[in-house]
Design a protein around this ligand. Structure first.
Ligand code: SAM
Length: 163
């Protein structure tokens, strides 16, 4: 049986593998990247280090990240994603080249229920050809689930594409 440490390491390794894959797959797209859940800012920092020429818009209810990993205020969307995602869709339309979601906590059933709730709010934000990386399984109508890249652990990360 996997220990909590095993699960944590699997999640981190999978996030990195899936983000690197998704950044590379969408490198030719100019639309912004949406980071859902800043937390400590580790994945934000990783994306920022590897992406040039695309805005990274961060969605978070309360910023408490490492100072090196704090986005500028003009690229921070504060509030509940259930409010801020529909508002962003209304303002910007389907323009995101990559969306990364890491919004969950320790309760897997709660994470799954929240993923079901926000899937229809996330889906319309992606531009055609855009990718979505999530720590939780999502429930999309029109996005296709992609095979995981090398290094990612099944069930610890999920990758979707808008055709
Ligand atoms: N990926 C981050 C990192 O590498 O440091 C960790 C993200 S942490 C697991 C989840 C974050 O999502 C928390 O900071 C929490 O405040 C945020 N969050 C959870 N639910 C949210 C919601 N409904 N609206 C906005 N932010 C939310």
């Amino acid at each position: 049986m996997s220990s909590r440490l095993d699960l944590f390491i699997d999640r981190m390794v999978s996030q990195r593998a899936c983000l690197d894959y998704a950044i590379s797959e969408t490198a030719g797209m100019g639309g912004p990247i949406y980071e859902l859940g800043l937390g400590n800012g580790r994945t934000y920092h990783h994306i920022r280090n590897r992406v040039t020429g695309r805005d990274i818009l961060v969605f978070e209810r309360a910023v408490a990240s490492h100072p090196d990993s704090t986005p500028p205020p003009e690229l921070t969307v504060l509030g509940e994603v259930t409010d801020t995602l529909p508002a962003t869709l209304a303002q910007r339309g389907a323009v995101a080249s990559l969306i990364h979601a890491d919004l969950g906590g320790h309760n897997r059933a709660k994470n799954d229920a929240f993923a079901r709730l926000i899937s229809p709010l996330v889906e319309p934000l992606l531009a055609p050809g855009g990718l979505m990386v999530s720590s939780d399984r999502m429930y999309f109508d029109a996005l296709e689930e992609l095979p995981l890249p090398t290094g990612a652990v099944p069930e610890r990360c999920f990758v979707y594409r808008r055709p």
